[in-house]
Design a protein around this ligand. Structure first.
Ligand SMILES: NC(=O)c1ccc[n+]([C@@H]2O[C@H](COP(=O)([O-])OP(=O)(O)OC[C@H]3O[C@@H](n4cnc5c(N)ncnc54)[C@H](O)[C@@H]3O)[C@@H](O)[C@H]2O)c1
Ligand SMILES: O=C(O)C1=N[C@H](C(=O)O)CCC1
Length: 269
């Protein structure tokens, strides 16, 4: 048991933090050695599983990530962009694998993570599920097979609490479509249509977001042509798919060289 990789979970009280805690504790493949929440959070100082309403497991939630990460082989981090950028530096110093599921990063944040990955193993993906990463590859292939007579639209739906749009997954799918088509996403992306927008630009890749209720995560990539339409769809019904992927990434990263990886690397897709 002591040989199993020690895992720290960032943002432990969150929707994903709680799912990750359960997944790591039940896995038999890793040890839970630390849980981190933001300063002032009511869980700080409590046993993590007691805070979740269960039997204590001897891991106290802390707001001091340095101490927790110093004894870990990996940090699994589904928190906020600001927190994840800070943790990237600490994980690099501790030589711990940093698995980043957080979404909503600015280009400046991504540059900070890229710098940390010169010294650390970082696995970052806007979606850690097997199904979505397969959909990314299918999207790339379909986009490569069709020309701009087919309009590409990415439509996503998530729960009412989600704070970023388009979702990290939608951006992964848009990026894959752009790569398949041989264009730069920044140059063709169309977001947030409202009012007298004019006709759709040929070759655009459009994004639309729905927010409501408890939707876990749904993504459609639509290829709309004259007289026919292809729709590639993924529906997540359980956050466990993201948590399982994140734990797989943390274990996969243990023997890798420093660098920035994604779930396609982890899953060998
Ligand atoms: N990549 C994926 O597969 C995937 C899947 C689901 C969610 N996400 C992303 O993960 C992130 C979290 O999602 P969620 O639904 O769990 O959100 P959430 O708001 O429920 O949880 C985020 C947690 O982070 C904590 N936090 C904030 N600042 C912190 C800090 N400085 N130190 C420690 N903890 C801190 C918050 O208190 C909160 O508990 C979002 O960016 C979301 O888009 C990614
Ligand atoms: O619940 C969320 O938030 C999710 N975020 C990821 C995204 O932005 O794509 C993955 C799906 C769930």
């Amino acid at each position: 048991m002591a040989d199993l990789p020690g895992i720290v979970i960032m943002g432990v009280s969150g929707r994903m933090g709680q799912m990750l805690t359960h997944t790591v504790l039940e896995s038999g493949k890793a040890r839970l050695v630390g849980c981190v929440e933001r300063p002032g959070h009511p869980w700080v100082g409590q046993d993590v599983r007691a805070a979740m309403g269960g039997v204590p497991v001897g891991v106290t939630v802390t707001d001091e990530p340095i101490d927790a990460i110093a004894q870990a082989q990996a940090v699994i981090d589904f928190s906020t962009p600001a927190a994840s950028v800070g943790i990237a530096r600490l994980a690099a110093q501790a030589r711990a694998v940093h698995v980043i599921g957080t979404t909503g990063f600015s280009p400046e944040d991504l540059e900070q993570i890229r710098l940390a990955a010169r010294h650390a193993i970082v696995v970052r993906a806007g979606n850690m599920s097997l199904g979505v990463n397969l959909l990314v590859q299918l999207t790339r292939r379909v986009a490569a097979a069709l020309d701009a007579d087919f309009d590409i639209e990415v439509i996503e739906a998530h729960h009412r609490h989600k704070v970023d749009a388009p979702s990290g997954t939608a951006l992964m799918l848009g990026q894959a479509a752009a790569e398949g088509r041989g264009v730069a996403l920044d140059e063709v992306s169309e977001r947030g249509r409202d009012g007298l927008t004019g006709a759709r630009a040929r070759g655009a890749i459009g994004f639309s977001a729905i927010r409501g209720g408890d939707i876990v995560g749904e993504h459609d990539v639509v290829f709309a042509g004259e007289g026919e339409r292809i729709v590639l769809r993924h529906v997540a019904t359980d956050r466990a798919v993201f948590a399982r992927g994140a734990l797989k990434a943390a274990l996969w990263g243990q023997d890798k060289k420093p660098g920035e990886y994604d779930m396609l690397d982890v899953l060998g897709l």
